[in-house]
Design a protein around this ligand. Sequence first.
Ligand code: SF4
Ligand code: SF4
Length: 388
Amino acid sequence: MRYRINPRNGDKLSILGFGCMRFPKDEQEAARQVAYAIDQGVNYFDTAYIYSGNEAVLGRILAKDGYRDRVKIATKIPPYIVRKYEDLEKIFRTQLTRLQTDHIDYYFIHMLTDVKIWDRLKDLGILQWLEEKRRAGQIVNTGFSYHGGRDAFVQLVDAHDWDFCMIQYNFLDENNQAGKSGLQYAAAKGMPVMIMEPLRGGKLISALPKEVYALWENAHVKRTPAEWALRWVWDHPEATVVLSGMNTQAMLEENIRIASEVEAHSFTDPDYALFEQVRELLRKAIQIPCTGCGYCLPCPKGVDIPSCFSSYNDIAIVGKARAVKNYLMQTGMRPGSAAAAQCVQCGQCETHCPQSIPIRDSLKMTSRALEGFYFKPLQVLLRKFMRF
Ligand code: SF4
Ligand code: SF4
């Protein structure tokens, strides 16, 4: 197993993290897989308060045979159920009990999409609470997981002296959400960056155009689509731990093998050329040739143009349901909304687009495709739930 060092505190973290959310239903099988992974050197386990029953299962498994002392536990607090200061402690106590531990190594504020959610938690007193937990040794590192747009990510990184963060990152999302620029921004500030969705929930190995699989099949090195996709992420030295939701022995063995061989910056020219070809094919499959460069921003109405277009393009790549979910997370859930329907057609953005995209028309198309009758009620409901 390869390890990367947390630049903040020197923790030696396995580059492969175990995403526990997709544990097999059979707890004995989950326990066997966890033991195997730890014995092979995996030392970072990720769960969350809202993954039903997951913290408790992980807690029961790690409580045996001294496994807890060999790993770092990462779990998350959902901001939307924190209504008052006392809720922080109540949720945290439940997590310690479920996980059968006296401390959490990596504690996330879960699923932030905007700095305003963090501001609300600060108003409730979270900074004081986190400091108390840190002094008591109950929370070792504090960070956040992120699903918003690029600009808001930078604001969030700058809003607090975070110990780490986690972003969605894979070869399809190089310029989506926090993207490569966000990864590099956080790393340049000395933050370890954990990576989620390296395979986009498995879609990168099961739902791309068949021509992409043919490319991988006939590539200069024989690798599975999963191996290509994982190696792409690990080629970035800024990616400290890459989570994988492993739940079969075959998956475990493959991922552990790759994580024991791979080095950052090990891609060769033919590897880069291959991914260029993959991108070219994906560009043909999508309808809006947005590269996510962000030159069109800021929009005076707050429309997150690249996020709108990446969600629209997701329809062709990962299906409409997932595209709508991404769209809601990236635009609809933000305070003030950054969705396509906010566009007032002023045209200011179009003069800056190097791809000459008819942004106004494309936003109309995006709004029609992704903001069906369900969008507004869902947005209101979610924003109420998130307590904006
Ligand atoms: S045309 Fe629409 S998206 Fe572009 S700057 Fe104006 S309001 Fe914003
Ligand atoms: S300037 Fe054009 S290519 Fe760049 S993010 Fe905006 S719409 Fe996309």
